[in-house]
Write a protein that binds this ligand. Structure first.
Ligand SMILES: [Cu+2]
Length: 175
């Protein structure tokens, strides 16, 4: 009886440890077991799809998608800074991107006052969050969801229904 109890406790500890893993659930977890990230010949799991393109206005302190639609794959983002301060875009949870590095960290586009930058980011289907990672800017209002559709057909349905991200943020009070 005691031995069974100890065994159960040990099993519970293993389950708890597994639950604390920082590796995402699902495919990425399975990949890590056979092919550790950074190993030669080890390819990251990346989204496969046509991608798409969106244009995003950045200002003090807001985002607004002004054109385009994002479909899974490599999404091209044109970031138009309409303000007098530097802003960038990081998409939380992006599979990969042309990270700017330095103080921009995992942002993949960034533009000085009244300038425009174009970058690409790898995105799986779903609802993602764009932020400006300049300290204080996200808290001031620079975060906005970005919908990434699974297929061109899904995107077309959203376009016809008028339910894309375009101008979603136009009525934000902090603009
Ligand atoms: Cu900013």
């Amino acid at each position: 009886m005691r031995r069974l109890t100890l065994g159960t406790a040990a099993l519970a500890a293993v389950v708890l440890l597994a639950g604390c893993s920082s590796v995402p659930e699902g495919a990425a977890d399975a990949q890590a077991l056979v092919c550790p990230p950074g190993e030669p010949g080890c390819d990251e799991i990346l989204p496969v799809g046509p991608g798409g393109a969106v244009e995003v206005e950045m200002g003090n302190f807001f985002f607004n998608v002004t054109d385009g639609i994002a479909i899974t794959g490599e999404v091209e983002v044109t970031a138009v800074n309409v303000s007098d301060a530097y802003h960038n875009i990081e998409i939380l949870g992006a599979a990969d991107g042309s990270f700017l590095g330095g103080s921009d960290g995992e942002a993949f586009v960034g533009a000085d006052a009244f300038e425009t930058d174009i970058g690409t980011v790898q995105l799986f289907p779903g609802e993602w969050l764009m932020i400006c990672n300049v300290p204080g800017h996200r808290a001031a209002g620079m975060e906005l969801p970005l919908t990434v559709y699974a297929t061109e057909e899904e995107a077309q349905i959203a376009i016809e229904a008028g339910e894309t991200d375009v101008d979603r943020d136009r009525e934000m009070p902090n603009t």
